[in-house]
Design a protein around this ligand. Structure first.
Ligand code: CA
Ligand code: CA
Length: 318
């Protein structure tokens, strides 16, 4: 009874919003709470999670509440819009496990003045007329373990973002490669901190000299690694040997110089406890592209103290 009392006491101390947080299921084919992400955002309140199943969702999203938008996999869930695909106009928004494209504007725009944005484990691609991610001034958050590819420009940092363990490849690619044109993986404004990223085959990798950048990998740019800036401590200019970029296998091949070459602080260690690997499989937010669990069964629904319960899961490969 004492233990039960303790648990009840802890629950009573939690803020009400935690107790009321809800997960909304979005399934385009039906069977969830909604078939569009926009409808789920309208219904949700601060602190809720929107869980998005496979599909191509052609809708522009305005996230004006403290929400987590989480896809089942960036390889199977796409958000596309001809204008901004996702506009964040709230603090403390999480965008995770989505493939994001815009026809003529930003993949993700973070409106001025909002903090606590987390952009994690996404593929941001083919924003062919603008930036994959654009953060306005007075914004703050993390942009970690994403793949930016084939955008006109990858990322504009207008605020105070930590940008780490991303892969930027194929930005620019329109035949022009000058520092003064739209070509870059990252254009720096504000004061970003940029580390553990891989820059591969962009027209220009890093443009402008604000904030700080170190322990990044630069290889195969069409023009240059650095415009108006220079190499940071720990930067690598060797082929990072990503296994197969064009077929979305972002693991590092055996012998890759990006292995154990990220920031040496234990704060950024990989999930296996070793020093950070550059790229999307390094650090706390390592990609989890493995089998997807499809069913979970329990052999009983209640157990006595000391009794065993068996949980059986089945899964399919991605
Ligand atoms: Ca270009
Ligand atoms: Ca490692």
């Amino acid at each position: 009874m004492k233990r039960l009392m303790t648990i009840l006491t802890c629950l009573a101390l939690l803020p009400a919003s935690n107790l009321e947080a809800k997960t909304w299921i979005v399934k385009q084919a039906g069977g969830g709470d909604y078939t569009t992400i926009s409808a789920a955002i309208s219904a949700a309140t601060n602190g809720d999670v929107i869980s998005i199943f496979a599909g191509t969702y052609t809708e522009g999203l305005t996230v004006n509440k403290q929400l987590s938008l989480i896809g089942v996999s960036p390889l199977t869930v796409t958000v596309f819009n001809n204008q901004n695909a996702i506009k964040i106009s709230s603090s403390n928004v999480l965008i995770k496990n989505l493939s994001i494209r815009s026809g003529s504007n930003y993949g993700i725009e973070i409106s001025a003045g909002y903090s606590g944005a987390s952009i994690i484990n996404n593929i941001i691609n083919n924003c062919s007329n603008s930036y994959g991610v654009y953060t306005n001034s007075s914004t703050e958050g993390i942009i970690a373990n994403n793949v930016f590819y084939n955008n006109k420009n990858g990322l504009y940092t207008g605020g105070t973002f930590s940008v780490y363990n991303n892969i930027f490849h194929g930005q620019g690619g329109d035949g022009t490669t000058s520092c003064s044109e739209d070509n870059h993986a990252i254009y720096r404004s504000g004061t970003p901190t940029i580390f553990n990223n891989i820059f591969y085959n962009n027209d220009v990798a890093l443009n402008k000299n604000t904030g700080s950048a170190y322990y990044n990998s630069f290889y195969g740019q069409n023009n240059t690694n650095y415009c108006d800036c220079s190499a940071g401590i720990g930067d690598s200019a060797s082929d990072p040997k990503v296994t197969d970029l064009s077929n979305e296998d972002f693991t590092l091949a055996t012998g890759s110089p990006a292995i154990d070459a990220g920031h040496p602080s234990t704060d950024y260690n990989d999930v296996d406890g070793s020093r950070n690997d550059m790229g999307v499989y390094g650090g706390t937010y390592s990609w989890e592209i493995g089998p997807t669990i499809t069913t979970i069964t329990l052999d009983k629904v209640s157990v006595k103290q000391g009794e065993t319960i068996t949980v059986t899961a089945t899964a399919k490969s991605n």
